[in-house]
Ligand binder design. Sequence first.
Ligand SMILES: C[S@@+](CC[C@H](N)C(=O)[O-])C[C@H]1O[C@@H](n2cnc3c(N)ncnc32)[C@H](O)[C@@H]1O
Length: 385
Amino acid sequence: MTPAARAAAAMEVLDACLDGIPAEKALLNWSRGSRFAGSGDRAAVRDLVFSGLRRRRSAAAIGGAETGRGLVLGLLRQDGVDPDDIFTGERHAPPVLTHEERGAPPEGLPEPIRHDLPDWLWARFGSSLGDRAAEAAQALRDRAPVMLRVNRRRASLAEAISALADEGIAAEPHGQVATALRVVSGERRLTRSRAYLDGLVELQDAASQAAVARLPLRDGQSVLDYCAGGGGKALAMADRAALRIDAHDADDRRMRDIPARAARAGVKINMPDRLVRGRYDLVLVDAPCSGSGTWRRSPDAKWGLTPERLDELCALQAGILGEAARMVRPGGLLAYATCSVLEEENGGTVSRFLASHPGWSRRDEMRLLPGPDWDGFYLALLGGE
Ligand SMILES: C[S@@+](CC[C@H](N)C(=O)[O-])C[C@H]1O[C@@H](n2cnc3c(N)ncnc32)[C@H](O)[C@@H]1O
């Protein structure tokens, strides 16, 4: 496919997304009907679609319309590409620009548009992050880095880098998180590589790795991952010390990959049918949240969140923290984490928990903003009496 044909395909997919179809589904529908598209074409269309969704407000403003065509025109202008090279009207290319579309794009866009957030969320970014709100919002407009966690039971960082290089995947040490590698090129080969299939590396953002590194874990401890999902944090904890780890999730189906992932990593994760109260040295609550620290990976979510849904999430988080606290042994620890940068879901949820649970206190806190090194993340460590 030519660059112009790829742009036309991205417009079609973006139109479907704007009609409410999730991005992954819209891309799948398009690729099923486009057998002629090779893997490079699919990757290029995907990139354009995700850029369009991440920068939906600013691209629509600069492209003159909130349509697939307007978004792609806006993206090209933002990226300094001459739209006339793409809007040629030739076979499979988008029709040539109209007189209106050729008009000068607006200047001095309002802040929420420039930062690609709904108005109400830009205000919440401001109240949560103060003078770092713009930096965080801008990071969410760019593609996310690909990070790996080296499973140190299987390999050192140098061994993992070398095994990846043998299969054409270039990676380098993260530098700030001891277990993390940054993938420099070849990421599309990763999940088929021996290094991945043999458990030398796992896909995991450096923020999650930094959070697990901050937990005070010691050999012999009993740990519960209360919102285990696919088990990413449980696996990272298992790599840190000789722990007895139980995984739990309100939705069992979310945990179905844990046995295979644990086998690949050479660790044991239990999934008990029933949890025993007061049993665990540490309980981790990696809570359901808005995901605002990771919106560059799932940009549809940025536009779908409402103030009402955010309130519901905060209530859910408080309920889960209360349930999970009952599983901690006297004197044990409760770790609360989100991949959000919104303070109501982070310090706010923790403060509400502490206000209604005397005997618990805040022992440690970590806030990471999305940027080149990691996604946005929050961790609080709470101690019981
Ligand atoms: C952020 S995800 C967890 C991601 C996971 N820890 C990882 O590292 O891959 C949140 C999880 O919380 C689960 N969840 C939602 N409500 C819950 C509840 N009341 N009790 C336990 N888990 C719940 C969801 O099913 C979801 O899998």
